[in-house]
Design a protein around this ligand. Structure first.
Ligand code: GUN
Length: 320
């Protein structure tokens, strides 16, 4: 049997899953993200009819890191595509913390803005926690404010970080009920690892949060029915780290040289050695086209949910 959980018909739709020659299912995050954005666009139009305005998302970028600039541009494009308003706030690398906090305060007070995201990383003169905790928790669409992190850690409803939320949607759609599954999360960041572990706990998995100091990492991973990797180490996880039939969610985005594409060319790969994992896993997300598109779709979903709560409209039914 390919899947450790036999729960009758698979939870996902046809275009969401694709079997490959080796039998493993490729979990197509891109298709699910497009579906989620379509759902959001409809709800945004309804919000406009009810409120006479549309939800607004402000993205704050400090400095000119090329990767961050690309992420911010993509976020702005997708925000507009679903009919929301995008506010971009760009600041020089050497901005003082107090000035940045002033700008966040302005966004907190701006009624057109329902979601605020400060792109990380921030330069060293800035205390990132101070900035993240200055965001109004009801507009904290990244879910990084300590009060939202605390709500998640204590099993209560708050804003959930976008990447783990996207992983949870993919897992639930693929496996249905996750209860009882042995889940291993690789990486202990506040952005992915810790909230992911909390979400899996909430879904009644038995969760191990592994990291760079974990002993016998390969053996720990090989126990997992659900393996989520967010360590940023290109192709660290080979097929021999994976339990046969496991569901593998690859959050890694690693740029590696690609001489086969030409001199000086590069490409993006995940934390998992995709080709060797395909021979063992029951299902796996590709990189690119897996978790990445879900992150932005979940950011839009959080912004819409924030707009509903802030303006007193009923909460949305969950997409997953
Ligand atoms: N930098 C890398 N990932 C993220 C994210 O999910 N949110 C923010 N704000 N910055 C990031």
């Amino acid at each position: 049997m390919r899947f450790f959980l036999s729960r009758g018909p698979a939870a996902g739709s046809c275009e969401f899953r694709e079997a490959n020659d080796l039998g493993a299912t490729i979990i197509k995050g891109r298709a699910t993200a497009a579906e989620l954005r379509g759902y959001i666009a409809k709800r945004v139009a309804e919000f406009g009819d009810a409120r006479g305005s549309v939800p607004g998302l402000a993205v704050v970028l400090v400095g000119d890191d090329p990767a961050s600039a690309i992420y911010v541009r993509n976020k702005a494009r997708k925000t507009k595509e679903v009919g929301m308003v995008s506010f971009e706030r760009r600041f020089p690398l050497e901005i003082e913390q107090s000035r940045l906090l002033d700008h966040i305060r302005d966004l907190n007070d701006d009624d057109r803005v329902h979601g605020i995201l400060v792109q990380l990383p921030l330069p060293p003169q800035i205390d990132a926690n101070a900035v993240l905790n200055s965001i109004d928790p009801s507009k904290d669409v990244d879910g990084f404010h300590v009060s939202n992190a605390g709500l998640l850690a204590t099993g209560q409803n708050g804003m959930v970080p976008c990447t783990p939320l996207g992983c949870q949607i993919l897992l639930r759609r693929h496996l249905g009920d996750l209860a009882g599954a042995e889940a291993v999360v690789l990486g202990r960041s506040n952005i992915v690892g810790k909230p992911m572990a909390n979400l899996l706990l909430k879904d009644n998995c038995t969760v191990t949060l592994a990291h760079s100091r974990t002993r016998d990492l390969k053996d720990v991973c090989a126990r997992a029915d659900i393996l989520v990797s967010a360590v940023g180490r290109a192709r660290l996880i080979g097929g021999d780290w994976i339990k046969p039939g496991a569901t593998v969610i690859d959050v890694g985005i690693n740029r590696v040289p690609a001489p086969e594409k030409g001199v000086g060319k590069s490409k993006i790969v995940g934390d998992v050695n995709f080709e060797s994992a395909l021979q063992v896993a029951g299902a796996i997300t590709p990189v690119p086209g897996g978790v990445g598109p879900m992150t932005i779709a979940c950011l839009l979903s959080n912004t819409l949910a924030a707009a509903h709560r802030i303006t007193g409209l009923a909460d949305l039914r969950s997409f997953a």
